[in-house]
Design a protein. Structure first.
Length: 301
């Protein structure tokens, strides 16, 4: 039974990864699961300098998931290289570094610092606000998404996965734009913008007012967008969004995803990723699936 998948020339032992921002770099989860079991770890966002993140409160539970406005808090690329990469290198799993920034220069600085590091690929978070364009996210306009992808492709020695935002009118258009600009793969979906108001205090639940909605509530949207993107591009897709169990992961793969990242589920169940891997193997046995590729994009046109 084959569970291996290939993305941009990199082989993963199985298609289950951790979603950025929900797993750190694995240190906290190593006490609950064997990181060797994972197909790969997508790290928390890494910037060129330390980011403090947004003021608190910045997490709120909502129906079907959670809102977060963490603000990509991280210690910066220098600490990441010194502390996190050596930790992850202890395990037989792929390392995918999520890269964030507030300008093209910021992204490129991180990318160049990582060029000689032993990581498998980079995930480029283009949902970050572009400070030079009035705060609009890089991923909300095809020309901006294509521009930053093109510039990163010129500088990176690693394969690049561009993480797409669902807060757009046409996800297929965004996918085609970054593919044409040189992306080796795409990942989707990032969180949807949401808001929660406390009716007793009559105040916003988050200090930032809005936050990113994740969890099972967004899963049907993720399935639809993965399906649309898969029919628009020829590069591999890492699907994510509300994956709580093996059925959710398989649904994204049937829609066209080569691999699946598990996010919010990790907060509710620290063993979620390994449970999903085991349950996918059991599904393959029960359904007599010899190769995981039989499932990728298998839904009818």
């Amino acid at each position: 039974m084959n569970t291996k998948v290939n993305i941009a020339g990199i082989t993963f032992k199985n298609p289950i990864l951790t979603a950025s921002g929900t797993f750190g770099s694995g240190q906290e989860y190593a006490q609950f699961i064997d990181l060797n079991c994972l197909g790969g770890v997508i790290t928390k966002g890494v910037a060129n300098v330390p980011w403090e993140g947004n003021p608190t409160p910045r997490v709120a539970e909502v129906y079907g998931g959670m809102l977060n406005a963490i603000g990509l808090q991280n210690p910066g690329v220098d600490v990441f290289i010194k502390r996190d990469i050596p930790f992850l290198r202890q395990f037989d799993t792929r390392i995918i570094v999520n890269v964030c920034g507030r300008s093209v220069y910021d992204y490129l600085e991180v990318v160049e610092r990582l060029n000689d590091q032993p990581v498998s690929m980079l995930e480029i978070n283009i949902s970050c606000p572009n400070v030079k364009e009035g705060g609009i996210a890089f991923g909300q306009a095809p020309n901006m998404a294509a521009h930053i992808t093109k510039e990163i492709r010129k500088k990176s020695t690693h394969p690049i996965v561009v993480k797409l935002s669902p807060n757009v009118t046409n996800i297929a258009e965004m996918a085609k734009a970054v593919e044409a600009a040189g992306a080796d793969a795409i990942s989707l979906i990032n969180t949807l913008t949401g808001m929660k108001i406390d009716v007793k205090s009559r105040k916003f639940a988050l200090a930032n007012k809005t936050g990113g909605l994740s969890g099972p509530a967004i899963h049907p949207i993720a399935v639809r967008m993965v399906y649309e993107a898969a029919h628009a591009v020829d590069i591999p897709i890492i699907g994510m969004g509300g994956v709580m169990n093996a059925e959710d992961a398989l649904e994204l793969m049937l829609a066209g995803a080569t691999a699946v990242a598990v996010g919010t589920a990790n907060f509710a169940n620290p063993t979620a990723t390994v449970d999903i891997i085991n349950d996918i193997r059991q599904y393959m046995v029960t359904e007599r699936v010899q190769d995981i590729h039989e499932l990728i994009g298998a839904v009818c046109e």
